[in-house]
Design a protein around this ligand. Structure first.
Ligand code: NAD
Length: 486
């Protein structure tokens, strides 16, 4: 099942259409499944970031990108989508090597989503338009007012490690379709797919400087992007802690900003829910990508009368998971990203036990190379540390409620507001409940990756702004008004 050979991408920085060495030394990319070194990548210092921003600036201000007709930009984006499709096995393989996620999941979900995302936004590239607005005469002379949608300029995109193919495609496709140019800094734990993407951007024939990729540590390369005066928008996905730094830096320089941050999403299981049907999906929402998913449904709020049924059904699903080699077709859960993430997850498991939650299943790190933690379920209360803080590991807490008001109150009672799931056979009840949830997205009787056609983003600590869909496209534009007095 493993592709016979996974060709490693270039290791240098991609600036102004060229592969160039970085001045910040190199860093090792390690396999999370056995700790071996996969590649040594070049690291960008502040000077390299300056060069990348200057290239993006040229391609935007005087270069061919922002002046290219939208239909032509769209053609290049379609070509890039075709190239990603042709290289789907390489993207899925690199993501498995880098992140430890099952190869087949990468192929079916992440890479497919990236292809769909580029195609979706390619179609938008020639459909951005303004409006004409009827206005009264100006000082007795007829006046004609219209608006245009213009790209914001150079976008600094900073991404996390948990789903690099998917999340990078969200940021690039919408920005490029709008006519922006991009300086991308991938997460240092999972940079390989972005290198391959840059190779394909060059192969597709995008003009130099439209996409620049600079790897390196967050506090060096990321900070140089964040504070750069020639960047017009920061598009960040990652932790709330770093999100705050990005938001402050954006405020200092009046940059546009989109922040996609963490989550602690509730799944509300109403009394009449079909537990047999929901169990595999509810479990996937906790354990997919070993729980390293921003929208993971890690708080399972269950009507008190169904607690034992739900705990039993989810525990059975947890015990069915097969942990191991992401290239083995039978593997359903890979590893965590690195040793410190494993320590972090285990510290939450220990906190759950110490605070008196009932451990239903799991709770151990595997004694083998790599960073594997068993799928773990607790029954507890919403005030516990494991129910309040984002763990980013395969740990769920089942929490009882007595009536709908209490379910809604508990669902909203964390700092986060990314997503929620409602399990109910009464669709009216589900819609009414969805309206009371302070979250950016609600699934009813389902859970899964967002679709490129619909907006994605959070409320509260889960972020500001939206990616994907028309909202994600417009977030890369500004509205300009033109008044003509005739
Ligand atoms: P992180 O915040 O540690 O890192 C994200 C990126 O920020 C990395 O590229 C990192 O190098 C960079 N960075 C770190 N310090 C920086 C600094 N001082 N200045 C500029 N950049 C800096 O996040 P992570 O651990 O890679 O990812 C996990 C987090 O991402 C979780 O909280 C998860 O919920 C969130 N996430 C959210 C979404 C969403 O759509 N809302 C999607 C995926 C992941």
């Amino acid at each position: 099942m493993k592709p016979t050979s996974i060709k490693l991408p270039r290791t240098e920085l991609f600036i102004d259409g060229e592969w160039v060495p970085g001045n910040g030394g190199t860093f090792a990319v390690e396999s999370p499944t056995d700790g071996s070194v996969i590649a040594e990548l070049h690291s960008a210092d502040a000077g390299d970031v300056d060069r990348a921003v200057a290239a993006a600036r040229r391609a935007f201000d005087s270069g061919p990108w922002s002046k290219m007709p939208g239909a032509e930009r769209g053609k290049l984006l379609y070509r890039l989508a075709d190239l990603i499709e042709e290289n789907a096995a390489s993207f899925a393989g690199l993501e498995s090597l880098d992140v430890g996620k099952p190869y087949l999941d990468n192929l079916a979900i992440d890479v497919d989503m990236a292809i769909q995302t580029f195609r979706h936004f390619a179609g938008w590239a020639d459909k951005l338009h303004g409006s004409t607005i009827p206005v009264p005469n100006h000082m007795g002379r007829p006046r004609f007012s219209f608006t245009e949608r213009v790209p914001v300029g150079v976008v600094g995109a900073i991404t996390p490690w948990n789903a690099p193919t998917m999340i990078t495609s969200w940021k690039l496709a919408s920005a490029l379709a709008a006519g922006c140019t991009v300086v991308l800094k991938p997460a240092e734990d999972a940079p390989l797919v972005s290198q391959l993407l840059a190779e394909l951007v060059a192969a597709a024939g995008f003009p130099a400087g439209v996409l620049n990729v600079v790897n390196g540590p967050g506090h060096v390369t990321g900070a140089a992007i964040t504070g750069h005066h020639d960047i017009d928008k920061l598009s960040f996905t990652g932790s709330p802690e770093v999100g705050k730094l990005i938001g402050r830096a954006a405020a200092d320089q009046f940059k546009h900003v989109t922040l996609e941050l963490g989550g602690k999403s509730p799944q509300i299981v109403f009394k009449d829910a079909d537990i047999e049907a929901l169990a595999p999906i509810a479990a996937a929402s906790i354990f997919a990508n070993s729980g390293q998913t921003c929208a993971a449904g890690t708080r399972v709020l269950v009507h008190r009368s169904r607690i034992d049924d739900v705990a039993g059904a989810l525990a059975a699903q947890a015990q069915k998971q097969r942990l191991g080699d992401p290239f083995d077709a039978h593997t359903t859960m890979g590893s965590l990203i690195n040793a410190s993430q494993r320590e972090r997850v285990m510290s939450y498991v220990n906190a759950g036990v110490e605070q008196g939650a009932e451990l239903v299943t799991g709770g151990k790190a595997l004694d083998r190379p790599g960073y594997f933690v068993e799928p773990t379920l607790f029954v507890g209360t919403n005030d516990l540390k494991i129910a309040q803080e984002e763990i980013f590991g395969p740990v769920g807490t089942i929490i009882p409620f007595d009536d709908t008001d209490e379910a809604i109150r508990l669902a909203n009672a964390t700092p986060y507001g990314l997503a929620a799931v409602i399990w109910s056979q009464n669709i009216g009840e589900a819609i009414i409940a969805s309206r009371a949830l302070r979250v950016g997205a609600v699934w009813v009787n389902s859970w899964g990756a967002p679709d490129p056609r619909v907006p994605w983003g959070g409320m509260k600590t889960s972020g500001i702004g939206r990616e994907l869909g028309l909202s994600g496209l417009l977030a890369n534009t500004e509205e300009r008004l033109v008044n003509v007095v005739c």
